[in-house]
Design a protein around this ligand. Structure first.
Ligand code: NI
Length: 169
């Protein structure tokens, strides 16, 4: 089932999520829904709080559905190593229409659990490293705009306020 993606300003988007404890059927369903919702929105990553679920769970596919092996489920993820840096434009499905340059590590190693609860480690480079950081930020209640300069962030917030007033957010 495709869920609507909540936008900046929604409650829950800026609060830390709780650990996933039950790797049951309900969780498998949530993971399926998250992939469907992410692909429907043409995103490369989606965190559970973005569909209103406060769990430390994210799905990532930097191939946009082209490579089944690129599908990643990260439950309770932690960054255990990082290396180098990259500065690229970043966006977020919860802040549609806005992008900004964010500095991220070039390599990120994550330790997480898959949909069945099995622990794994994975080293990502470039876009995947960026996705790991971006999605784990979501689980900590942090949005990419918090990494922008105050000037740029305030500009985006002002524009969003205007969109809200016009009923377009
Ligand atoms: Ni995002």
């Amino acid at each position: 089932m495709i869920h609507p993606i909540v936008k900046f300003g929604a409650p829950g988007l800026e609060t830390p999520s709780k650990p996933v404890k039950a790797f049951d059927e309900k969780l498998q369903e949530l993971v399926t829904d998250m992939f469907e919702s992410m692909y429907a929105a043409s995103g490369v990553g989606l965190a559970a709080p973005q569909i209103g679920v406060g769990l430390r769970l994210a799905v990532i596919d930097v191939s946009l559905g082209k490579n089944p092996e690129a599908k990643l489920v990260c439950a309770n993820p932690d960054i255990i190593a990082l290396e180098g840096e990259q500065r690229e434009e970043e966006g977020c499905l919860s802040v549609p229409g806005f992008r900004g340059y964010v500095m991220r590590p070039q390599y990120v190693t994550v330790r997480a659990q898959d949909a069945s609860g099995k622990e794994f480690e994975m080293r990502g480079e470039g876009l995947l490293a960026r996705a790991f950081c971006h999605e784990i930020d979501h689980l900590n209640g942090v949005l990419f705009i918090q990494h922008l300069s105050m000037l740029k962030r305030d500009l985006i917030k002002r524009k969003i306020r205007k969109l809200k007033k016009a009923g377009e957010w």
